[in-house]
Design a protein around this ligand. Structure first.
Ligand code: ATP
Ligand code: MG
Length: 590
C-alpha cells in the first residue's frame, strides 16, 4: 500500500493532516500579527496575519543542538514552508542558569546551516522568551486576582508530600485559600527580593485531586537569585517552563505548537492557562494548540544536551564539534550535509509512538545525498610500498605515465583528474597476502590485478619485515594493458586495486571514526553511558592521497574510491596540512 501523499508530494503524517483540516475549516482565521509579539490589545491593532500557519522551534540556549533538534527544526520549518506559513526561532531563555549568548549564536548557525531561515518577507522572527517576562508577570497577577493562582509557602518537602501519587489524590495546601490580596502582596514581595529562594512559589489553583498530576496546582513562578544573560539582575523570580511556554506561543501567534511526547500530559494545563488568559482579556483568540510527536532516538547515540555536555566537559571528546558527537556542529565536521539531515528527517517521518531509529538510516541518507555530488579520489590509508621491477624495460627509465580518472563516474561532463604512475606506488596493506585465503582476488605472489586506471600487474613476491609482515611488494607490469588503450581488456583479471604513485602522492592525516558508544542504547534505563564508550572511536592514520586533493577546501566532501566518504576537516585542514575525516563507509558496515 502506498503512503498517502500531500499536495507537496511528501509523505503525509498526522501533523500534516491536522494542518490541512485546520486550513480547510477556517479555524486559524482572525489572527492578527505583523512580527511583533503582543497581548490581545496590541495584536488587535495589528493587521491580519499573512502567514497561513505559524510554528516555532524553541531551543533553550544552554547547549549545542543535536540530531534530535535537527528533526524538530526540519519538521517545524518544513511544515511552515510547505503550508505558506512562517516558523519562528524562539530562544526559550526563561531559566537563567546555564544559558548563554554564545549558545544563541551556535543555534542560529545550526538552523541556517540546515537551510532554514526565520526571516520572512523582510521581517525577522527571532524572539527571546525573556522579552515576555513583563507580560508573564501581568498574566500571573491577573490569575491571582481571578482566584486562579496563589502564593504557597509550604516547604518544598511538604509540597512534594501533599502532591499525592498516581493512585492517591493530593492534599490542599494550607495557603490555598488565602485571600487574593494577600497572595498579590506576597507575589510582589517575591519579585522585590524580600524572600529567600525556596521559601515560597506561585501556584495555579486547579484541582489537587486531578488524576493528571500536572493539574494539581502546578508551580508557575519560583524565586531564583540568579543573573539572567539578557535581563541581568532585573528579575529574581522566574516563570516555570509549563507556564511560560504556552504564553510564548500565544504572544507570537503560533498556530501549531509542536513538541515531544513527554509534554502530552502538560497539554491540559496548556489549554487551561491559555483559555483563562483569553477570558481575562489578555490573549487574542483563536489560541495556539499543542501537538506531540515522538522524539528521535538514534541507536548508539545520546540525544540529551546535558549528557553531551558531560562528554565535552569531562574531556571524553575534543569539544562540541568533535566529529564523533551527534551535535549539528559535530555532524557537520564529520562531513554530514544539510541535505542529508533533511532527507533523514523526511525518511524517519513523524509518529506518535516512541521508537529507536537505526543509525544506518542516517548513514543511508548521507550516502544518497553525497553519492551524486562527491568528487572521487584515490587514497591509501594503510600504505604498503609496491615496486614495479620491469618499469624501466617496459616504460623507460625515468619516465612516468599520466593516468586519468573521472571526477565522477556518472558525470563525465565534470571532467577528469590525473595522476602519475611510476615504478613505485603505494597500495593498501590489506590488498596483499602472502598466502591468499579462498576467494581473495587482490595481490599475492603469482597473482594478477589491475592498478585502477593503470596497468595489469603480476606479483612476483614480497620482502618481509622482522615481524613477518610484508615490507615491500614486487610486481611486473603486463605490457599493453593500460586502461583506456586498445587491447587493455585482452588480459582478464578478477581484482582491481586502488593505489597512489610515490612520485606525486601527498601525505595526509586521516581520522577514522567508529561509533562513540558500543551499546545500542548507551543511556537506556539510566545506565552509565561512560562505561559504553568505545576506546577505538577515533584512530588517526598517516595516509597517501592523490594529488588532486591538494585543492580540497575545508568542509569539502570526497568519495575515496573503495573506502567511503571523507571530508576535509573544517578546523585543521589546509594547503600545508591535509586532514580528512572519514564520514562513513561505502556500504552499511557498522
Ligand atoms: P535536551 O534534553 O537535549 O536538552 P530539550 O528538549 O531539553 O533537549 P530544547 O532546547 O528544550 O532541548 O529543545 C528544543 C526543541 O527541540 C524542543 O521543541 C524539543 O521538543 C526538540 N527536541 C529536542 N530533542 C529532540 C529529539 N530527540 N527529537 C525530536 N525533537 C527534539
Ligand atoms: Mg529542555
Amino acid at each position: 500500500m502506498s503512503t498517502p501523499e500531500t499536495a507537496n508530494s511528501r509523505p503525509s503524517h498526522f501533523l500534516r493532516q491536522v494542518i490541512e483540516a485546520d486550513l480547510a475549516s477556517g479555524a486559524l482565521q482572525g489572527r492578527h500579527f505583523a512580527g511583533v509579539p503582543g497581548d490581545a490589545q496590541q495584536l488587535a491593532a495589528a493587521p491580519l496575519d499573512r502567514a497561513r500557519i505559524r510554528t516555532r522551534f524553541p531551543p533553550e540556549p544552554n547547549g549545542y543542538l543535536h540530531i534530535g533538534h535537527a528533526k524538530s527544526i526540519c519538521l517545524n520549518f518544513g511544515l511552515a514552508a510547505d503550508y505558506g506559513g512562517v516558523c519562528h526561532l524562539r530562544l526559550d531563555d526563561t531559566n537563567p542558569e546555564k544559558e548563554d549568548m554564545h549558545y544563541v549564536e551556535a543555534i542560529r548557525d545550526a538552523v541556517r546551516w540546515l537551510g532554514f531561515d526565520w526571516v520572512s518577507e523582510g521581517v525577522s522572527h527571532e524572539y527571546f522568551a525573556s522579552d515576555y517576562f513583563d507580560f508573564m508577570w501581568r498574566a500571573a497577577c491577573a490569575l491571582i486576582e481571578a482566584g486562579l493562582a496563589y502564593v504557597d509557602e509550604q516547604s518544598a518537602e511538604d509540597m512534594r508530600r501533599n502532591r499525592g501519587t498516581l493512585t492517591e489524590p493530593g492534599l490542599d495546601s494550607p495557603w490555598r485559600g488565602r485571600p487574593r490580596a494577600d497572595s498579590l502582596r506576597r507575589f510582589q514581595e517575591m519579585r522585590d527580593g524580600l524572600h529567600a529562594e525556596g521559601s515560597m512559589v506561585l501556584r495555579a489553583r486547579i484541582d489537587m485531586a486531578s488524576p493528571n498530576l500536572n493539574l494539581r496546582d502546578p508551580t508557575l513562578y519560583r524565586i531564583r537569585f540568579v543573573r539572567h544573560h539578557r535581563t541581568g539582575e532585573r528579575w529574581c523570580i522566574y516563570p516555570m517552563y509549563t507556564f511560560a511556554h504556552p504564553i510564548e506561543d500565544a504572544l507570537e501567534r503560533i498556530t501549531h505548537s509542536i513538541c515531544t511526547l513527554e509534554f502530552e500530559d502538560q497539554r491540559p494545563f496548556y489549554d487551561w492557562l491559555l483559555q483563562h488568559l483569553a477570558e481575562l482579556g489578555l490573549l487574542e483568540r483563536p489560541l495556539p494548540r499543542q501537538f506531540e510527536f515522538a522524539r528521535l532516538n538514534l541507536s548508539t547515540v545520546l540525544t540529551s544536551k546535558r549528557k553531551l555536555a558531560q562528554l565535552v566537559e569531562q574531556g571524553h571528546v575534543a569539544g562540541w564539534d568533535d566529529p564523533r558527537l551527534p551535535t549539528i556542529a559535530g555532524l557537520r565536521r564529520r562531513g554530514y550535509t544539510p541535505g542529508a539531515l533533511r532527507l533523514f528527517a523526511e525518511r524517519i517521518g513523524v509518529s506518535k509512538s516512541d521508537s529507536w531509529i537505526d543509525y544506518s538510516v542516517l548513514e543511508g541518507a548521507l550516502r544518497d545525498d553525497l553519492d551524486p555530488l562527491a568528487p572521487r579520489a584515490m587514497a591509501v590509508l594503510d600504505p604498503l610500498p609496491l615496486v614495479l621491477d620491469n618499469w624501466d624495460e617496459v616504460i623507460g627509465a625515468g619516465r612516468l605515465e599520466t593516468c586519468h580518472a573521472p571526477l565522477h563516474p556518472h558525470h563525465a561532463e565534470r571532467g577528469l583528474r590525473s595522476f602519475q604512475l611510476g615504478p613505485r606506488v603505494w597500495i593498501e596493506r590489506s590488498d596483499f597476502e602472502f598466502e591468499p585465503p579462498k576467494g581473495f582476488f587482490r595481490l599475492f605472489p603469482g597473482g594478477r590485478v589491475r592498478l585502477k586506471y593503470g596497468y595489469v600487474i603480476e606479483c612476483t613476491g614480497a620482502e618481509r619485515a622482522a615481524d613477518g609482515s610484508a615490507r615491500e611488494v614486487h610486481a611486473r607490469i603486463v605490457p599493453d594493458t593500460r586502461s583506456g588503450t586498445p587491447g587493455a581488456a585482452a588480459v582478464k583479471v578478477k581484482g582491481v586495486i586502488s593505489w597512489v604513485g610515490a612520485a606525486d602522492a601527498l601525505p595526509a592525516e586521516v581520522r577514522l571514526y567508529e561509533p562513540l558508544f558500543l551499546a545500542e542504547q548507551p543511556d537506556a534505563g539510566g545506565a552509565d553511558f561512560l562505561r559504553a564508550l568505545n576506546p577505538r572511536s577515533l584512530q588517526v592514520v598517516q595516509a597517501w592521497v592523490e594529488p588532486s586533493l591538494a585543492q580540497a577546501a575545508a568542509g569539502e566532501s570526497f568519495q575515496f574510491e573503495r573506502h567511503g566518504y571523507f571530508v576535509a576537516d573544517l578546523r585543521d585542514h589546509g594547503a600545508a596540512r591535509l586532514v580528512f575525516n572519514r564520514t562513513t563507509g561505502l556500504r552499511d558496515g557498522r
